[in-house]
Design a protein around this ligand. Sequence first.
Ligand code: UD1
Ligand code: CA
Length: 448
Amino acid sequence: MSKTPRAAIILAAGKSTRMKSKTSKVLHSVGGRPLLEWVADLAASAGVERTICVVGEANIDVNAKARELGLDIAVQEPQLGTGHAVDCAKEALTGFNGHVAVLYADTPLIEPQTLEKVFEALERHDVAVLGFEPEDPGAYGRLMTDGDELTAIVEAKECTPKQLETRLCNSGVMAARAKDMLSAVARVSNDNAKGEYYLTDIVEILRGDGKSATVVHASETEVMGVNSRPDLALAEKAFQDRMRSRMMQAGVTLRDPETTYFSWDTEIAADADIGANTVFGPGVKIGADTVIHPFCHLEGTSIGEGANIGPFARLRPGTELADETKVGNFVETKKAKVKKGSKINHLSYIGDAELGEKVNVGAGTITCNYDGYNKHLTEIGDGAFIGTNSSLVAPVKIGKGAYLGSGGVVTQDVPDDALAVARAKQVNKEGWAARYRAAQSKRKAKKK
Ligand code: UD1
Ligand code: CA
């Protein structure tokens, strides 16, 4: 039996006034990724063959992001309710003959396996709605059930006092056969407390057609929606807690989980050991047995196995550290490819650089990579020894096994195995200091 094709409609036409932001709500991020991208990725995880994003005319930034994500776009103008929003996607669904799920762009934390259950419920029912039991049901739509069957969704404003007591609420996610969904939204009326076309009315409409509906259950944190900055902070916290627990379950040691911050795509192998107060921006991969000491900030960085990082290291995008490398305190790296066993232990900036194996970079070494217009490369061969307080003026190549004397300003390439001394020669003037002191004391005495 071939699987029924799937599609998703993401509702993103809302005005998001409560964010008080010039940026549309769904472009604010959780775990370093915009809400809309979380939801688009969720849809993709279900193997959908198309995803339609419903946007308002004013949401120019959402429109651009949706295009960038490869979503189809349906414009809803004006916004007359969730049912109307789905109706606006009908043209984009032309020719589609499968199951369609409605997702909200402001609900980023739904797990792929939960959406999968919603689609799977369509094997036995015609409509599946994702429900949950919140602490405080407040303004959520209430799910009316009769055993396994969902009989209706009643918006809080339309509920009788008795119906309001129902704890089971509508998350907003629902799925049905596309032709049922579209035929039902076309029949929704706006004769209700808000004067809106409620998507939720389709449950009763389709049941009137003799179809059946059911509820799939989710946890409250999964379906938490973002409407304001406090909500955004709550969603971020929920995401971080989820990542912390996943990392530890996968064998990563977190010394102080509450102060370790991940991005949506952070990958850390088992037996890595992560110190307190470390922040992982997007694009970080860390190998087994690597230790990250406290207070490090990493983004766009990959680290091999058995490396030793920090404390207080800042690893910026394009940093690639091979196995058994060491990057110590107050070191900043950017676009730095460092091969096995090399060390940059103290107070250095290594940017636009390629280091071979077993290079030793002395304290205070700076790659001078920028001339005010362009960035230039510094190359350092295997086994080279860079003396303390060296300035490497790029483009420059240090040969394999070469030595740089401390305090050099290196502007020329250094051959393999050479010693480069790039500083003024030291001059000692015998007795000079004593003569200087004597002369100064005499002058002072005269003035008195
Ligand atoms: C909706 C549900 C409610 C559910 C709650 C969960 C309806 C009628 N009610 O209520 O049962 O408990 O979500 O959070 O569906 N949107 C559009 N176009 C519109 C209106 C809304 O795209 O014309 C989008 C919004 O941007 C948002 C989503 O649809 O992403 C939900 O809309 P919202 O008005 O917040 O619905 P609720 O009243 O919260
Ligand atoms: Ca809402």
